[in-house]
Write a protein that binds this ligand. Structure first.
Ligand code: DAH
Length: 346
């Protein structure tokens, strides 16, 4: 019987590595440990073995069964690995260059965002970010936007369900969450984290409940700028915006600041620019951003002393700049992902 067991083990050792399909494996396994398999049959002979030989034989049987079972496990592991490899197809090296020469381009809105950001980086601004989900406090109150401001209206803002708790968005109190309506929120979040001098540019996605038309989209992009230090004046703002406009629209562009109102700046302005070489849009004043000197109320809400520090802020819509630069007259083209449109900006 010992011999028989050795023979079975040798057979499994020899044949198992050559099995390549599950069907072959199952068939072979049946000849060993199936109801009529060699091992099962041999074990049945145990009853005829003299009593004193039983313990030793029992140990041998267990030993052989254990070895056979690990050999079978190895086969299953090998077959599964082969099946997975087959499903995955040939190995790929993700670091190789794309075989397709038409490898796509940055989206036109992203191109303009990158250009704006790089122009401000060149003069010492660094990029700041905050979440797209915000709370009423950081989106409005801290920016001195009063509770009855229309931007808070359910018609204008996307509020999130009131029983929601967003782990990575710190609340001031138990105020409501909403999707940020402007990137000015990044001013507040940055001033709470860092102390002056602060010089940041914050590109990002914003949301307002607008009915989409040629110039409005419920989801759009802005770039916010903020500079806080001692002795920052309106002249610094004007010089920075002049530099920006001439860099992006060409040296013959001119700028003007037109008095306006924003709750978070005092004084506030709309900045217009004028350029002789913009095709259809040439030689007329085009409004492209809001700006002004940071309101002392905003400084107070973030614990910066308005007696010591002053600052300027500005905010612009990326789509608006992109449409002027790229000659696009309907904002909806940017979101349709029609490659015939997108490829024009390669
Ligand atoms: N947050 C304003 C908006 O979405 C834009 C803006 C205006 C930002 C003036 C500013 C600013 O920082 O000073 O309409």
């Amino acid at each position: 019987m010992q011999e028989k067991l050795q023979e079975i083990l040798t057979e499994v050792r020899e044949k198992a590595p050559a099995l390549v399909t599950r069907a072959d494996f199952e068939a072979f396994k049946a000849t060993i440990s199936g109801p009529n398999g060699a091992l099962t049959q041999t074990m049945k002979e145990m009853g005829r073995v003299p009593k004193e030989e039983k313990p030793a034989l029992g140990r041998l049987i267990n030993e052989v069964k254990g070895q056979i079972s690990s050999l079978f496990d190895a086969v299953i592991e090998r077959l599964e690995a082969a099946e997975l490899a087959e499903r995955l197809g040939p190995a790929i090296d993700p670091t190789l260059p794309l075989p397709d020469p038409d490898r796509g381009i940055l989206h036109p809105i992203a191109q303009v965002r990158e250009e704006i950001v790089s122009l401000f980086r060149r003069i010492g601004f660094s990029v700041a970010e905050a979440t797209e989900v915000e709370t009423e406090h950081y989106c409005f109150d801290a920016l001195n936007i009063p509770a009855d401001h229309p931007a808070r209206d359910m018609q204008d803002s996307y509020y999130l369900p009131s029983d929601l708790d967003v782990a990575n968005v710190a609340r001031h109190e138990q105020e409501k969450y909403l999707l940020r309506t402007h990137t000015s929120t990044v001013q507040i979040r940055t001033m709470l984290k860092e102390s002056p001098p602060i010089r940041i540019i914050a590109p990002g996605r914003c949301f307002r409940r607008d009915t989409p038309d040629a110039t409005h989209s419920a989801n759009f992009h802005q770039v916010e700028g903020l500079y806080v230090d001692k002795d920052v004046t309106l002249l610094d703002l004007k010089a920075t915006l002049d530099y920006f406009v001439k860099s992006i629209f060409g040296p013959s562009a001119r700028t003007r600041l037109r008095p306006s109102f924003f709750p978070f700046t005092e004084p506030s302005f709309e900045m217009d620019f004028y350029s002789p070489n913009l095709g259809k849009l040439s030689n007329r004043w085009l409004e492209i951003m809001g700006c002004g000197m940071v309101d002392p109320e905003v400084f107070k809400s973030v614990g910066i002393d308005p007696q010591v520090y002053t600052g300027y802020a500005f905010g612009m819509g990326i789509e608006r700049i992109a449409m002027i630069l790229q000659g696009v007259d309907d904002i909806r083209y940017y979101y349709q992902n029609d490659v015939r449109f997108l490829r024009q900006f390669a």
